[in-house]
Design a protein around this ligand. Structure first.
Ligand code: GLN
Length: 356
């Protein structure tokens, strides 16, 4: 069955529709990694978006449960050049089957290079994929607030039994973030983002990790004073949305990039050491350079491609934040050491002997 991708700027692209006939609308974003579609599709930060994969063959190694970043596909739709339909390794499911179960359509046979060029020229915009050739006449606004409370969990869920107790502030975290903490023998309590300070303090945590998440960090603005108080009292690490939220909580502004950073090879420079390393990224919003002077923070990392802020640190308190994804999944593991750095501050607070 043929299908059509329409962009809000009027451009349209024909393809082959895979899935139950229908129509899906969402913000169009593109991911440039050669591998990692399992992690990308299930990363909650992609909630509601239509993902275009730049690598021309997608699905070639199937889908394994151990690679998933959440319990389901979070993207609203998928656009690829070729959907691999051959056999996959024992124990893996084909990507076609995985998308069918989730009822997420795949538009294949699309010239994704042209789509990405259009997005790079016009900026991130609304898009529509459909099994009919009807194009939308109006575009309802895209969802940017994912924190109405409706999908928050009320309970604190605890994993692991380690001596160091970390609170993972859950803005819809990627499972690899939890796995990395557990690998380092932490006890991790996954916290509802609406939790009260009284409840938080009862847990006697040694550190807080503010997670990644979908949409606009400004959606959490009513909680910024609370998060600032928490960060000032606990060793703190922020990842992606968590970085944006912490920066905002201390007075910085955020803005939206023209077409975001989504891929597995974004070079970032550590301004203290001068070391450049590759990073995994998935974000549209960014902390504004000029607004850093309104905060106590200093810039630790910058993006080598566009000079945007990639990480911050507090000169006096154990607070560090990164815009990129040190847990990778997918992507290079060059920044995994940041978990150990964060945990060493948590251990210092607890006065536990650090085994380097
Ligand atoms: N991966 C993330 O946490 C994404 C953060 C935010 N939703 C953005 O797009 O910028």
């Amino acid at each position: 069955m043929t299908g059509l991708l329409t962009l809000a700027n009027g451009a349209s692209f024909k393809g082959h529709w895979n899935g139950i006939p229908g129509t899906v609308q969402g913000e169009i974003v593109f991911f440039t990694g050669m591998t990692g579609y399992e992690e990308v599709l299930t990363d909650p930060s992609y909630k509601g978006q239509i993902i275009v994969f730049s690598y021309p063959l997608i699905g070639q190694y199937g889908v394994k449960a151990s690679h998933l970043q959440s319990e389901k596909i979070q993207a609203a739709g998928i656009v690829v050049t070729e959907l691999y339909d051959g056999p996959v390794e024992k124990g893996a499911m084909t990507l076609r089957r995985f998308t069918e179960i989730a009822n997420v359509p795949v538009l294949s046979g699309v010239d994704t290079r042209s789509v990405i060029q259009a997005v790079r020229e016009s900026g991130t915009m609304q898009s529509h994929i459909s099994s009919s050739s009807v194009t939308p006449v109006h575009w309802p606004p895209v969802q940017t607030d994912f924190f109405s409370g409706a999908d928050n969990h009320a309970e604190i869920v605890t994993f692991g039994e380690g001596e160091i107790h970390i609170g993972l502030v859950d803005f819809h975290y990627k499972s690899t973030i939890l796995t990395e903490l557990l690998k380092q023998q932490c006890k991790v309590s996954v916290l509802p983002y609406t939790m009260s300070t009284e409840q938080l303090d009862l847990l006697q945590l040694d550190g807080l990790l503010f997670s990644n998440g979908p949409g606009d960090p400004a959606a959490l603005s009513s909680r910024f004073p609370i998060y600032r108080d928490w960060a000032e009292r606990y060793p703190t690490f922020g990842i992606c949305l968590g970085h944006q939220v912490i920066a905002s909580a201390f007075g910085a502004n955020t803005t939206k990039l023209p077409f975001g950073h989504r891929g597995a090879n974004h070079p970032v420079i550590n301004l203290k050491t001068g070391r450049v390393a590759m990073s995994s990224q998935n974000h549209s919003y960014v902390v504004e350079d000029d607004s850093i002077k309104q905060t106590p923070f200093a810039v630790l990392y910058k993006n080598v491609n566009d000079d945007s802020i990639e990480g911050l640190f507090h000169p006096k308190l154990p607070i560090m934040t990164v815009q990129f994804h040190p847990e990778a999944a997918p992507g290079p593991a060059d920044h995994l050491e940041l978990f150990s750095q964060f945990l060493s501050t948590a251990k210092q607070k607890k006065k536990v002997k650090i085994h380097a």
